[in-house]
Design a protein around this ligand. Structure first.
Ligand SMILES: Nc1nc(=O)c2c([nH]1)NC[C@@H]1CN(c3ccc(C(=O)N[C@@H](CCC(=O)O)C(=O)O)cc3)CN21
Ligand SMILES: CC(C)C(=O)C(=O)O
Ligand SMILES: [Mg+2]
Length: 284
């Protein structure tokens, strides 16, 4: 059992902000855990930042399972959360249950689904069978085609009502937290006040119980970042500089240097052995 549990996350509401970040592989997850993140999240955003897709709609359960397994191997302290990809839970509840089990068996401590009200029955069943669930409302990227791209949510009365309905339905169904993505900050504040479980914002302002960002965005590895991202480092730039230096040293012959290879100290010994080896090959 890892240190950060859904119960701990719920207790953090109003006391301590929840810090969450995505990670998709073993070395990244090791670093995120050592950095003291509360929740390490295998998001379906991996379809975009790891696999180069235009949206998150082509992510498979198989991909989520493989990446969840890699992340779970690394994490000792944080809660490991895995996204349910598009099509893995909306068609029927049984699919959703079976697929959530796959993510748990790959090492996740909890799963996240997009939507709330529409999936309240699934959330209730998952919780009853012992799988902690995080919901997700506001901008739900799996509705990319219907929304006509990614945009700010919660401007109209209808959108505010929908977001509140989702959040309240998730709370009632037993979810342990809700992601609020790209909503007006006032809407996120209202939702945070209206429900007893934590809200975790992304692009939804400061009046929420925690924040989540995508690994590649905050570290500066990915060039196309949403407008709400703060870039905490330029790792992409560092990677490029290192690779350019490596290329130059290969071309110029200064890599490998003396400390990076091994040679015979006794050259006569080498010549003898090499001659023997060549002779043996001729005999074949
Ligand atoms: N790298 C990455 N980071 C994310 O935070 C993220 C993903 N990918 N993929 C899934 C969703 C999609 N998200 C996004 C992506 C783009 C905008 C964005 O750029 N909005 C612009 C222009 C939208 C348009 O072109 O219509 C805006 O100014 O509102 C917002 C949220 C957040 N999520
Ligand atoms: C943007 C976050 C919340 C997400 O769902 C993802 O990374 O897949
Ligand atoms: Mg997602």
């Amino acid at each position: 059992m890892r240190e950060i549990t859904p119960r701990r996350v719920i207790e953090m509401k109003g006391r301590e902000k929840i810090a969450m970040v995505t990670a998709y592989d073993y070395p990244s997850a090791l670093i995120a855990d050592k950095a003291g993140m509360d929740i390490i999240f295998i998001g379906d955003s991996l379809g975009m930042v790891v696999y180069g897709e235009e949206n998150t709609l082509n992510v498979s359960m198989e991909q989520m399972v493989f990446h969840t397994r890699a992340v779970a191997k690394a994490v000792k302290r944080a809660l490991v959360l895995a996204d349910m990809p598009f099509g893995s839970y909306e068609i029927d509840t049984d699919d959703g249950l079976r697929n959530a089990v796959k993510l748990i068996q790959a090492g996740a401590d909890a799963v996240k689904i997009e939507g709330g009200y529409d999936h309240r029955k699934l959330v209730r069943k998952l919780v009853r069978m012992g799988i902690p669930v995080m919901g997700h409302t506001g901008l739900t990227p799996q509705r990319y085609l219907r929304l006509g791209g990614y945009r700010l949510m919660g401007e109209t009365e209808e959108e505010i009502e929908e977001i509140l309905r989702d959040a309240k339905a998730l709370e009632k169904a037993g979810a342990f937290a809700v992601v609020l993505e790209f909503t007006l900050a006032d809407v996120a504040k209202l939702v945070t006040e209206e429900i007893s479980i934590p809200t975790i914002g992304i692009g939804s302002g400061p009046w929420v119980d925690g924040q989540v960002l995508v690994w590649h965005d905050l570290l500066g590895i990915y060039e196309e970042v949403p407008p709400f991202v703060k870039k905490y480092a330029d790792i992409g730039g560092m990677m490029r500089i290192a690779l350019e230096e490596y290329r130059e040293e290969v071309k110029g012959g200064s890599f490998p240097g003396k400390e990076h290879y091994w040679e015979f100290l006794d050259k006569d010994d080498f010549v003898r052995k090499a001659q023997k080896a060549l002779e043996r090959l001729e005999d074949d």
